[in-house]
Design a protein around this ligand. Sequence first.
Ligand code: GLU
Length: 278
Amino acid sequence: MTMRRLGAASAALVLTLGLAACGSDDGGGDGGSGGDGGDSIKIGIKFDQPGLGLKEGNTYTGFDVDVANYVAKEMGKTDVQFVQAPSKQREDLIATGQVDLIFATYSITDERKEKVSFAGPYFIAGQDLLVATDAKITGPKDLDGKKLCSVTGSTSADNVKKEVPGVNLQEFDTYSKCAEAVSKGQLDALTTDDTILAGYAAQDQYKGKLKVVGAPFSEERYGVGLKKGDTELCEQVNEALTKMVDDGEWDKAVEKNFGPAGFEVDSETNPPKLDTCS
Ligand code: GLU
């Protein structure tokens, strides 16, 4: 934890000394699986969700990216490596150690908790619909027999299968592919979190063509995915999340990333109270 206060040269020196001491010190330092006490950390994010996790060249932007960078910094990690974490692969990426943490519009669910643990929640979103500007769809009740798009391994696909059994659901691996299909009129609607939908609706290529219906029908509590049972890491992340809210950086990240899309954050549910790590 003291590492982040040191300059690069002294940090490198401490790292060298740290490595030399490792054999007798049982890893030492901040421990846990979040980069094994080194100064690098692998974080899973989305690469194609504007406002949340977006990769453009070597630049990463979005609310998830900002929260991830804040938490990593608090953990003393100076080298953050972002890894693409499509919805369906998130549990496996964590279980196999390909990522240390996931910040990827990742809803906390009991089913997922069988395979991974979660810090947070750090945001609460709601499932909604993205449709053509002139479409008559106003909610799930209008979806019977319609061609709906969502993503494999998401709560969005699961919820809608239960809610509207009569819908013709097409599942892709990313939401950006769904948005494109809806904009071309190949499919009637895309369903996922309102945060994600607002990001697409505000993109230049979709402005005036796509709209968010604006009637959320679920509660999506975004957690930070981590290795199942790593309570120490979970608590470290929660400590950083608490600090981010307290020092105003969480608010700034919300404004910076959701403001431009005109997405109104529900301040009754946000920022949410953290769950206990277990
Ligand atoms: N928050 C939902 C989920 O975790 C939908 C968004 C996503 O797939 O990332 O499944």
